[in-house]
Design a protein around this ligand. Structure first.
Ligand SMILES: *Cc1c(COP(=O)(O)O)cnc(C)c1O
Length: 356
């Protein structure tokens, strides 16, 4: 129950329910799309005694070591970049900066669960755009809704990606609406919308180091957009908290970004393990949506999503199950190492009576 100090405007606030994070180990964790690989070896080296000594100092409020590197990596000038405490924080700042006075914001019925949470926190109303029958994003419906759009690309939990020509079509049809493209899963196969930024000033791309760069625990996300959009985000950030990216996080993000080879190898391994997992799940009779992410969304005619989730949990394997219309029969499985995937496949086969 709330205190009597909590205002009525939060009556309908529905906080995000995060995936289970068991702290006692023993689980094969395929439920929150983390990387199965540790951060780059360069990250270990970066955490020197000198860096610890420096913790007495405030971090750079502008992440001035990181942004020049990101600028080179992404091929955009620094004034088009904004770093934050994970992309979740950046998305919250985006809602605060741009959507509070909007009548509504559009996003799909099945997408990242934080969008409805930010909506309930900041503006109350959304146009919930049903995904098409094949679970792809309905661009025409989003155009018809004529509001700002938040779209995860690839989408979560489906893994389905939209070609950037479709993002361009959306941005061109709604030139006075902001189109936020959440690319949390960049690196695993989908095209980035960053090349559209030079010709479309109403697109803002958000990426993260949590997934493909194995830094979920460090919390580092960034936005890429027009210098004006970035200036607006900074105005909101500096009205809230100047030091959102701490010293150690900036340091490890720099190290991770410098080790491009490690990143590319890990992304390639995940794509390979994904193809392997999809093939094996299909052999077990599953329908698997086409994924460009580090997870797959799958359903079996032989077992309900809930039974599969609970059955795997009993075997110490965590996957994500959403008790929601349209997707109740699916589970979302993070792609891990080949060994982890083999454990998942073996227990799954046993649960549906197809084990050896
Ligand atoms: C994981 C995820 C995020 C959150 O990323 P952080 O940078 O760890 O906050 C944002 N959007 C989507 C779609 C995600 O799946």
């Amino acid at each position: 129950m709330s205190s009597r100090f909590f205002p009525a405007r939060y009556e309908n606030l529905v906080p995000y329910v995060y995936g289970e994070q068991p702290q006692n180990g023993g689980f094969i964790k395929l439920n929150t799309n983390e990387s199965p690989f540790p951060p780059s070896p360069a990250v270990y080296e970066a955490l020197s005694k000198g860096e610890v000594d420096n913790l007495r100092l405030y971090p750079s409020p502008e992440s001035s070591r990181l942004l020049p590197l990101l600028s080179r990596e992404l091929g955009v000038p620094e004034n088009m970049l904004f770093a934050g405490n994970g992309s979740d924080e950046i998305l919250a700042l985006v809602f605060m900066a741009f959507f509070m006075d909007e009548k509504a914001v559009s996003y799909p019925d099945i997408t990242y669960a934080f969008y409805p949470v930010y909506t309930s926190l900041y503006l109350q109303k959304a146009h919930v755009i049903p995904l098409k029958d094949d679970f792809s994003f309905d661009v025409d419906a989003a155009i018809a809704a004529d509001s700002a759009v938040v779209v995860a690309n690839p989408n979560a939990p489906t893994g389905i990606a939209l070609p950037i020509s479709e993002i361009a079509r959306l941005a061109e049809a709604l030139p006075d609406r902001l189109i936020v493209v959440d690319e949390a899963y960049c690196g695993f196969g989908a095209e980035t919308a960053i090349p559209l930024l030079s010709s479309h000033d109403n697109i803002l791309v958000v990426q993260t180091m949590s997934k493909a760069r194995s830094l979920a625990g460090a919390r580092l996300g960034y936005a890429v957009g027009s210098p004006q959009l970035i200036a607006d985000l900074k105005a909101i950030k500096y009205s809230f908290n100047s030091y959102t990216v701490n010293r150690l996080t900036e340091r490890v993000a720099v190290a991770a970004l410098e080790d491009k080879a490690y990143y590319e190898t890990n992304c390639a391994t995940i794509r390979q393990n994904r193809a392997y997992t999809v093939e094996k799940l299909q052999k077990l009779g599953f329908r698997v949506l086409p994924s460009e992410a580090n997870f797959v969304f799958a359903t079996s005619p032989d077992i309900s999503g809930k039974e599969l989730y609970l059955g795997l949990k009993e075997k110490k394997i965590l996957v994500r199950w959403f008790d929601k219309p349209r997707i109740r029969d699916y589970v979302r499985i993070t792609i891990g190492t080949e060994e982890q995937m083999n454990a998942l496949l073996k227990e799954t086969a046993a649960l549906i009576g197809k084990g050896e």
